[in-house]
Design a protein around this ligand. Structure first.
Ligand code: AMP
Length: 214
């Protein structure tokens, strides 16, 4: 099963990807998580990407396409994948389409999460991340504060630099101008389906499984 989770930051793609990854037994490929791991490890990629990510801008297409090509040609995705955070530009979508042709991947679905901007800002301002294991929690739905330890590993919780309100507004603006047009690309291919990202986590999860026939 091959699924692309599409939508603005903070819409719940990561949360659903984690649930579906366990339920469907396919890997969660998050380009944001991969970049953050590269920053933590201090690799060349991480050093180059950090300032761009912190400012809420997009990492260049050629870099992202290279990263995704490496993952999608590896054996770990032989039974499928959940792609989260890619593609974010029409150029990335075109490159992914060529890669799918090359790998003879014909069946896939794009799940478009709909949530309004005000709710995104509300959710992201309340989001915290564990510095130790990168797990995401939310002050609105999980019993956490910036001063409490990570409920899973006891690590320190912080607000992601790019979740500061001004940066979130910039990320949303980039989403609307640069990423949203990707949806037309997939609508024309007839592979895009919508879910209501405002619904409870469990409802969204069931809806996605129904849409992908799981
Ligand atoms: P995310 O965790 O998906 O919100 O990604 C965090 C940041 O990583 C984004 O704001 C971008 O700076 C960068 N990033 C992740 N995926 C992509 C992508 N497909 N294209 C460009 N930049 C990306």
């Amino acid at each position: 099963m091959r699924i692309i989770l599409f939508g603005p930051p903070g819409v719940g793609k990561g949360t659903q990807a984690k649930l579906l990854s366990e339920e469907l037994g396919i890997p969660h490929i998050s380009t944001g998580d991969m970049l953050r791991a590269a920053v933590t490890e201090g690799t060349e990629l991480g050093k180059k990407a950090k300032a761009t990510m912190d400012s809420g801008s997009l990492v260049p297409d050629d870099v992202m396409i290279g990263i995704v090509r490496e993952v999608l040609t590896s054996p770990r995705v032989a039974n499928g994948f959940l792609l989260d955070g890619f593609p974010r530009t029409v150029a990335q979508a075109q490159a992914l389409a060529s890669l799918f042709d090359e790998l003879q991947i014909k069946n896939y679905k794009v799940i478009d999460f709909c949530v309004n901007d005000a709710e995104i800002i509300r959710r992201l301002s309340a989001r915290v991340m564990c510095v130790n294991d990168g797990k995401i929690f939310n002050k609105l739905t999980d019993a956490v504060t910036l001063n409490s330890p990570c409920p899973e590993c006891g690590g320190k919780l912080i607000q992601r630099i790019d979740d500061a309100e001004e940066t979130v507004r910039k990320r949303l603006a980039i989403y609307h101008t640069t990423t949203e047009p990707v949806l037309d690309f997939y609508r024309k291919k007839g592979v895009a389906v919508q879910v209501d990202g405002m619904a409870p986590i469990e409802t969204v999860n069931q809806e996605i499984k129904q849409l992908v026939g799981a």
